[in-house]
Design a protein around this ligand. Structure first.
Ligand code: MEV
Length: 339
C-alpha cells in the first residue's frame, strides 16, 4: 500500500533564535508544498529518489543489513536529505516498537533547500507521518498529529544537534501559530483580517547550525546584552500576537521592524537582506524583517493591503531576490492513500 503526503513549508514572522532559548515565536505555513510518497520494500533497504528544480534527480540507498550507503550523486544536499529520512524512520520504528523494514521514498520539490523556509523540517514531518501511516497508525486516530510533531522535532534534533520545535510543529498543524517551545505547544492565532505579506529569499551563505552556534557564542561572551536581546524578542512576540488578534497591521509592522533590529544586534543579518528590507520599508511596507536563521536567506514584509504587494514583489526581483509567496497558508501536512 502506497501513501503520499503534501507538506507545506513555513515562514517565521517573529521570534527566530530567541525561540531556541525558550522564548515564544510566531510562524506560519505558506502555500508552497513538498510532495513525498512511501512504499514498503521486500528487503531492508531505504531508497530515496528526490527530484525537483533545485534538487536535481538524485537517488540514495541504505542497506539496513550491511549499513552500506550508495548515492547516485554524492552531493551535500542529498546526504543531508538522506540523514533526515533515515533518522525519521528510525525514530518512527522505535516509537511503534517494530523491527527495521525497507522503504522506497520519493521527494518532489521545487523549493530551495536551506534558506529558512523549513524544508528540512518539512522532510522530517513528511517522513515521520508517512512511516507511521504505512505501518498502520491511521492519521484519523487521536494524537496522530501531536506524535508526528514530536517525532519530527526529535528527528531535527538528532540530525542537527539542536533545534526548536517551531518549524516542525508549525508545519505539522499548519496556519498561523504561536509557539511555546518549552511546552511545546503551537496555538492557532486567529486574525480578523488576512495578513498581506510578501515572502522572499536571497541565497544563504551559512547553515542554520552555524548561525545558531554563532548566536550562542555571542550570547555566552556578552551574557547581559544577550539576555536583553533574547528577552526583548520574546516580549515583541507577545505584543505582536495581540496586534494580529486585533487586526492591527501597523502595530504588527512596528513589532516586525523592532524584531529585525534586535536580530541585527546578533550579527546574523546579511547586507543584501538589509538592503531589500530598507527598500521595502521605504516603498511603504508596514514592517519588514529577515526570517529564519539569517546569513542571507528568507525575509518577510507586511504591506498595508494586498494591492501593494505587486509593487513590493517587483522591487524584490529588481534587487536580485526571489519571491516565494504573497500570502500565508492555512494548511498543515495532508496524507492520502494511493491505490
Ligand atoms: C530556523 O528556522 C530558526 C532558528 O530559530 C532555529 C530553530 O528554531 O531551531 C534560527
Amino acid at each position: 500500500m502506497k501513501f503520499c503526503a503534501s507538506i507545506p513549508v513555513k515562514i517565521t514572522l517573529l521570534g527566530e533564535h530567541a525561540v531556541v532559548y525558550g522564548e515564544p515565536a510566531i510562524a506560519s505555513t505558506i502555500p508552497r508544498t513538498i510532495e513525498m510518497c512511501i512504499d514498503v520494500l521486500e528487503d531492508k533497504r531505504i531508497e530515496v529518489v528526490s527530484k525537483g528544480v533545485y534538487v536535481e534527480l538524485n537517488r540514495a540507498s541504505f542497506d539496513r543489513t550491511s549499513s552500506r550507503v550508495s548515492y547516485s550523486l554524492n552531493t551535500d544536499m542529498l546526504r543531508k536529505i538522506f540523514s533526515y529520512i533515515v533518522s525519521g524512520i528510525e525514530l518512527c520504528e522505535e516509537f511503534l516498537s517494530i523491527s527495521k523494514r525497507g522503504y522506497s521514498i520519493t521527494i518532489d520539490s521545487d523549493l530551495p533547500v536551506g534558506v529558512g523556509l523549513g524544508t528540512s523540517a518539512a522532510i522530517s514531518v513528511g517522513i515521520v507521518a508517512l512511516c507511521l501511516t504505512v505501518n498502520g497508525y491511521s492519521p484519523d486516530e487521536q494524537g496522530f498529529l501531536e506524535n508526528v510533531a514530536r517525532l519530527a522535532w526529535s528527528t531535527e534534533k538528532k540530525v542537527q544537534g539542536a533545534a526548536s520545535p517551531m518549524d516542525t510543529f508549525t508545519i505539522t498543524f499548519g496556519g498561523l501559530r504561536y509557539i511555546e517551545p518549552r511546552a511545546p505547544l503551537a496555538h492557532e492565532i486567529v486574525s480578523p483580517t488576512e495578513l498581506p505579506v510578501l515572502i522572499g529569499y536571497t541565497p544563504k551563505r551559512m547553515t542554520t547550525a552555524e548561525l545558531v552556534a554563532r548566536v550562542r557564542e555571542l550570547i555566552s561572551r556578552y551574557s547581559d546584552v544577550g539576555e536583553f536581546v533574547i528577552k526583548g524578542i520574546g516580549q515583541l512576540v507577545q505584543i505582536a500576537r495581540r496586534c494580529i488578534e486585533k487586526g492591527d497591521l501597523e502595530c504588527l509592522g512596528v513589532c516586525m521592524n523592532a524584531n529585525h533590529s534586535l536580530l541585527s544586534l546578533l550579527n546574523i543579518v546579511a547586507p543584501e537582506t538589509d538592503i531589500i528590507i530598507s527598500t521595502l520599508r521605504h516603498a511603504g511596507a508596514l514592517g519588514a524583517k529577515m526570517s529564519g536563521a539569517g546569513g542571507g536567506g528568507a525575509f518577510i514584509a507586511l504591506a498595508r493591503s494586498f494591492d501593494e504587494l505587486q509593487n513590493l514583489a517587483r522591487l524584490v526581483k529588481n534587487l536580485g531576490g526571489e519571491v516565494v509567496a504573497t500570502r500565508l497558508g492555512s494548511e498543515g501536512i495532508r496524507i492520502f492513500r494511493i491505490a
